[in-house]
Ligand binder design. Structure first.
Ligand code: CA
Length: 226
């Protein structure tokens, strides 16, 4: 099986620039989603979180810095800001809000691509494997080990586990988990989720009736205790 293309969310309202960047990103093998305003960007992000975000600061609707703050509240995905000359304060504010890097317009496509690669290298090394409580979760191989022993599990359960474990200490709503794991067009019930959570707990928790890894957050959903 080939390596899955890393997904880049490109948020830039200037169409000509967006087109050039999307073209070059795709040529480098990334899967690109484009948003031309902040609100659409957030919908795309929330629907299926990307591996990296390129984020223009001045956007119609929800602004780039607001979006950066929102993304950071939910995810540790790398964010590179695209700032204009004279937006020095925004750049600093953006870094304070948790952006990982920035480039100042006009920038060369080559420079931006190098920064994208650098960020993905950094998170790729860390981001594909999670270790916790004797568990080793490997996203690239879709495999789980417990105390060094392989623990086979169905793909949906793996995806659910990854979705939780890759967002430590974040309470993820049940409906969000359903959408991210089962897909946009899944109209199942919360019961489906409850069943899968129970099975996962039976596999990974020392005492499934007193879970310490996958916590239930009443009225919200579930949280991975990081
Ligand atoms: Ca702009």
């Amino acid at each position: 099986m080939g390596k899955m293309a890393e997904r880049v969310l490109l948020v830039e309202d200037e169409r000509s620039l967006s087109d050039i960047l999307a073209y070059n990103l795709e040529r480098e093998g990334y899967a690109v989603q484009c948003a031309y305003d902040g609100d659409t960007a957030w919908e795309l992000f929330d629907g299926r979180p990307p591996d990296l975000v390129l984020l223009d600061v001045m956007l119609p609707g929800l602004g780039g810095l607001e979006l950066c703050r929102l993304i950071r509240a939910h995810s540790s995905v790398p964010v590179i800001l695209l700032t204009a000359r004279g937006e020095e304060a925004d750049k600093i504010h953006g870094l304070d809000l948790g952006a990982d890097d920035y480039v100042t317009k006009p920038f060369s496509v080559g420079e931006l691509m190098a920064r994208v690669r650098a960020q993905l290298r950094r998170t790729g090394a860390l981001g594909q494997r999670i270790e916790r409580g004797g568990l080793l979760i490997d996203r690239q191989r879709f495999s789980l080990e417990k105390d060094g022993q392989p623990l086979p599990l169905p793909r949906k359960e793996f995806l659910l586990l990854w979705e939780l474990a890759s967002h430590p200490n974040v309470a993820i709503p049940g409906e969000t988990l359903l959408r991210r794991v089962w897909g946009e067009d899944f109209y199942g019930e919360e019961q489906t989720l409850a069943v899968h959570i129970r099975r996962l707990r039976e596999r990974i928790e020392e005492d499934p009736s007193r879970p310490v890894l996958i916590e239930t957050v009443r009225g919200v959903g579930y949280r991975w205790a990081g």
